[in-house]
Design a protein around this ligand. Structure first.
Ligand SMILES: CC(C)(COP(=O)(O)OP(=O)(O)OC[C@H]1O[C@@H](n2cnc3c(N)ncnc32)[C@H](O)[C@@H]1OP(=O)(O)O)[C@@H](O)C(=O)NCCC(=O)NCCS
Length: 426
C-alpha cells in the first residue's frame, strides 16, 4: 500500500468512533465576515456539508463587520463604535442589509453547491435561513444611543430545530426583526451563543484568523486576566463568565480542514475556552495519598493494577500526577525512570469509574508522554494486563520481556503475564 493510502486508512479508523459519536448532535459553527473572503472558505463550506451528510445537525452563524465597514466607507459614511459595539445610524441600515444579504447569498450558494456534490447523500433542500431572531434596540448606554444596533429578544428555536430535524443546515445572519417592524443589526458572537443556548447545542465552534496562538485549553478567567487578549476573546470570555454557556471551541481559519480535524481526530487542532476550571491536572503531593489509594484500591483488588502500600506510595508520591475535581482526586498516573536512560515507564493509570469516557485517561497519558519527552526519554513503556487496546490506540506497540530495562526485567512477574508495550516519543 502507498503511504498516502496507509494514511487514509489510519485517518478513517481514527475518525470512525467520532462519526458515530457526533451523529444527531447539534453544532453551532460561527465565523466573522473576514473568513468568508479567505481562499479556504469554499473548502470550509464543503467540510460543513460533509459533517451534515455524516448526520450532525449544523447551524452556521456568520458575521459581517468588515463587509459593513467597507460598504459604509464606499459611500463616505463613518463606522462608529462604542465599547467595540457598532452605533447604527438609520442611514446605515440599507447598507447593512446589502452587506448581510450579499454574504448570506454567497454562503447559501456555496452550500447549495457543496450539498449537491454527487458523493454527498443529502436528499433535503440543504440550507435554510429566515427570520429566526426577534430583536430589540440595545438602547442608550453611558449616554450613547446605539440606534439600530439591537440585542436578541428571542430565538425561534422550535423552527430551527424543525429545519435541523429535516436534515437542513440552518444559516443565521447577524440581524433581528422587531414586532414593531424595525430591523436591528446584531453581533454574530451573541447570535451564535444565544442560538446554541436556545437549541441546547452540543458544541459551539468559532473559526477566526486572529487567535491561533491559544493553548489547547484555556479558561475565561485566564483570558480576562490577559491584557493582550483580542477583543473577540474578551467578548467570548465575558459571555462565558456571565451566562450558562460552559465552553466554546476556537479554530484557526488558516488551517485547512480544521473543523474536520477538531471533530474527527483524537487530539483536535483547536482551543477549548471554558467558563470555569472544574478540574485540573497537577503533580501529586503527600496530601493526595489517601485520595489516590481510594482510587486505586478497587482496581488492585481485581488485579488490574499491582498492589501499592501506603508506605510505598509515600515514597513514590513525586512520580504521581492527578486530576482533581472539586478537591476530589478522580484520576491518577505515575511516571518512573528505569535503568535505561532512554526509557521511562507509565504506570498506575486510573480514572474513577464515574468519570470514565471523558478523555481524562487520554489527557493524563498525553501529559506523561510530554513530560517524559522533555526529560529526554525516547520511549515510554507500559506493562498492562487489561488495557492493551487502549494503549495501542494511542500508538503503543507490542514489545517483549527481553526488551525491558534490566530493573524491570528482573521484577517481571511471569504469573501476571503483563503485555509489554512501548511507544516512541516524538
Ligand atoms: C483505561 C482508563 C484509564 C481510561 O480512562 P478514560 O478517562 O475512560 O479514557 P478516555 O476517555 O481517554 O478513553 C475512553 C475510551 O477508552 C475505551 N476503553 C476503556 N477501557 C478500555 C480498555 N481496557 N481497553 C480498550 N479500550 C478501553 C473506552 O471504551 C472509551 O472508548 P470510546 O471513546 O470509543 O467510547 C480507565 O478505563 C481506567 O481507569 N481503567 C482501569 C484501570 C486501567 O486499566 N489502567 C491501565 C493500567 S496500566
Amino acid at each position: 500500500m502507498t503511504d498516502q493510502k496507509c494514511n487514509s486508512v489510519h485517518l478513517l479508523r481514527e475518525a470512525s468512533p467520532y462519526i458515530h459519536k457526533h451523529r444527531g448532535k447539534t453544532f453551532v459553527v460561527a465565523f466573522p465576515g473576514e473568513v468568508v473572503e479567505q481562499a479556504l472558505f469554499p473548502q470550509l463550506i464543503q467540510d460543513i456539508a460533509t459533517i451534515s451528510a455524516l448526520g450532525s445537525r449544523i447551524v452556521i452563524v456568520h458575521g459581517t463587520r468588515s463587509q459593513i465597514n467597507k460598504r459604509l466607507e464606499i459611500v463616505g459614511r463613518k463606522s462608529r463604535f462604542h465599547h467595540n459595539i457598532r452605533v447604527t445610524e438609520p442611514g446605515d441600515i440599507p447598507l447593512i442589509q446589502e452587506a448581510i444579504g450579499y454574504l448570506r447569498i454567497t454562503i447559501e450558494n456555496l452550500l447549495s453547491h457543496a450539498l449537491n456534490q454527487p458523493n454527498l447523500p443529502n436528499n433535503s433542500i440543504g440550507v435554510s435561513s429566515g427570520n429566526y431572531i426577534t430583536a430589540q434596540p440595545l438602547g442608550i448606554i453611558d449616554g450613547v444611543d446605539y440606534g439600530y444596533t439591537g440585542k436578541i429578544r428571542r430565538i425561534a428555536h422550535p423552527f430551527i430545530a424543525q429545519q435541523l430535524d429535516n436534515k437542513n443546515i440552518v444559516l443565521m445572519s447577524p440581524i433581528g426583526y422587531s414586532p414593531s417592524g424595525e430591523v436591528y443589526n446584531l453581533d454574530y458572537e451573541h447570535v451564535a451563543l444565544s442560538t446554541a443556548k436556545a437549541l441546547n447545542a452540543d458544541k459551539i465552534i468559532f473559526i477566526n484568523d486572529n487567535d491561533a496562538h491559544l493553548p489547547h485549553e484555556i479558561t475565561a478567567s485566564q483570558i480576562e486576566a490577559n491584557a493582550t487578549a483580542s477583543t473577540f476573546l474578551k467578548k467570548i470570555a465575558k459571555i462565558l463568565l456571565d451566562g450558562d454557556i460552559e465552553r466554546v471551541h476556537l479554530l484557526n481559519a488558516a488551517t485547512d480542514g480544521a473543523l474536520l480535524l477538531e471533530l474527527y481526530t483524537r487530539d483536535g487542532v483547536g482551543s477549548l475556552i471554558s467558563a470555569k476550571q472544574f478540574e485540573h491536572l497537577r503533580a501529586a503531593t503527600v496530601e493526595d495519598i489517601s485520595g489516590i489509594l481510594d482510587l486505586i484500591h478497587p482496581l488492585e483488588s481485581i488485579g488490574t493494577l499491582i498492589k501499592r502500600s501506603r508506605e510505598q506510595l509515600e515514597l513514590e508520591i513525586n512520580n504521581f500526577h492527578v486530576i482533581v475535581r472539586d478537591q476530589k482526586i478522580i484520576a491518577c498516573v505515575a511516571l518512573y525512570n528505569t535503568d535505561n536512560p532512554n526509557i521511562a515507564e507509565l504506570a498506575c493509570l486510573a480514572v474513577n469509574p464515574e468519570y470514565r469516557g471523558g478523555n481524562r485517561g487520554d489527557k493524563l497519558f498525553r501529559h506523561i508522554a510530554q513530560l517524559a519527552h522533555t526529560q529526554g526519554k525516547a520511549r515510554l513503556l507500559v506493562l498492562t494486563t487489561q488495557t492493551t487496546d487502549w494503549f495501542r490506540e494511542r500508538g503503543f506497540e507490542k514489545g517483549s520481556v527481553n526488551e525491558l530495562p534490566t530493573n524491570k526485567k528482573s521484577l517481571y512477574n511471569y504469573q501476571r503475564n503483563s503485555q509489554v508495550l512501548f511507544k516512541k516519543l516524538a
